[in-house]
Design a protein around this ligand. Structure first.
Ligand SMILES: *Cc1c(COP(=O)(O)O)cnc(C)c1O
Length: 345
């Protein structure tokens, strides 16, 4: 059965063009710097992010952790939101790999308050008890589905520069944020020193993320990537798909966003369902269905029988994610299915 899969945009499979590009990719040993396709990808990614250089990494988590590992020294403090991916979904890796302390701030739906950040920045020589702030991390688009305004990013970046602290952007969905804001990605990445963005997820590459920054940072990161076992050999096979992702798939994200809005509007019409409509900035629809009396596990089960994969609720909220492999017709089928299930119940 061909499933409609709304669990995440991580489920996206490579496009035909990607498979073709992978099949014919020119490759070499990238640890020797011999892979021409990787070099093209790294150059192209750096240009999109308007940074001097970029580095292919196996996953988004790898890219974020490598950024922290490269910017910081052991015992540094990293300031970031309490609900960001690095804190919630990266298995505590920053304590294992970089050996840093995470100083979390309560975020307002993913948005950090620059004034609060300012009050948390610490310098080692201020007090014998203090760790020094090694990094500030921001996330845009945020995994709560919202896009952080450029004005906030600018304030945080200016503040960070004044204190000589680098800023890393977790831009797993950077191009979704750019699509929502209707700007080039570089308009966002100009407010950070390093950025990680995923080639997988909405852009459909099977594997891989990019870490971009200035040349000195990327040179250092390349060596640290080797430390972590991320020096890959004929990785042009993957870079070829990544290039197709960046060259062809970015416009698709706007369609995904439109589909998410459509899905949200249709779900809103169902009594008992409350959609966080003002939070639907990208390809994620968050909603509460307690009013329907339908149990989320039950919906997961019934949907599965109809060929729809979804996750159960988390913190009281359901999340449906649109992507390249979810069409408008699929959305109609999903909405009709939920209506049908509710009538039965
Ligand atoms: C998915 C995601 C990551 C990590 O990517 P993986 O490739 O799954 O490791 C990091 N940050 C955010 C905001 C994400 O959504």
């Amino acid at each position: 059965m061909k499933f409609i899969d709304l669990r995440s945009d991580t489920v996206t499979e490579p496009t035909q063009n990607m498979r073709q590009a992978m099949f014919t990719a020119e490759v070499g040993d990238d640890v020797y710097g011999d892979d021409p396709t990787v070099k093209i990808l790294e150059k192209y990614a750096a240009k999109l992010a308007c940074k001097q250089a970029a580095l292919f990494v196996p996953s988004g988590t790898f890219g974020n952790q490598l950024a922290i590992f490269t910017h910081c020294t052991r015992g540094n403090e990293v300031i970031l939101g309490d609900d960001c991916h690095i804190v919630i979904h990266e298995v505590g890796a920053s304590s294992i790999i970089a050996g840093v302390q995470l100083r979390t701030l309560i975020s307002n739906k993913g948005e950090l308050d620059p004034t609060q950040i300012g009050s948390r920045i610490r310098k080692e020589n201020e007090d014998i008890h203090y760790p020094s702030t090694g990094l500030i991390c921001v996330e845009n688009a945020h995994s709560c589905g919202r896009v952080i305004p450029l004005s906030t990013m600018e304030k945080i970046y200016t503040l960070a520069k004044n204190h000589d602290v680098p800023v890393h952007l977790d831009g797993a969905r950077l191009f979704n944020a750019a699509a929502y804001l209707d700007v080039d990605a570089s308009e966002i990445t100009k407010y950070c020193d390093s950025v990680m963005f995923c080639l997988s997820k909405g852009l459909c590459a099977p594997i891989g993320s990019m870490l971009a920054g200035d040349r000195k940072f990327i040179d250092k990161a390349r060596k640290k990537r080797k430390v972590l076992g991320g020096g890959l050999r004929q990785v042009g096979i993957l870079a070829a798909a990544g290039l197709v992702a960046l060259r062809e798939m970015i416009p698709q994200l706007k369609v995904d966003h439109e589909n998410a809005i459509l899905l949200g509007e249709e779900l809103t019409k169902i009594p008992g369902i409350v959609v966080n409509k003002e939070d639907t900035h990208i390809n994620m629809v968050f909603f509460n269905m307690h009013g329907t009396g339908l149990n989320s596990d039950k919906l997961v089960e019934k949907f599965y029988a109809k060929g729809i994969k979804i996750n159960g609720e988390e913190d009281g909220l359901m999340r449906f994610v649109t992507h390249n492999w979810v069409s408008k017709e699929d959305i109609k089928f999903v909405v009709d299915s939920i209506k049908e299930i509710l009538l039965i119940n």
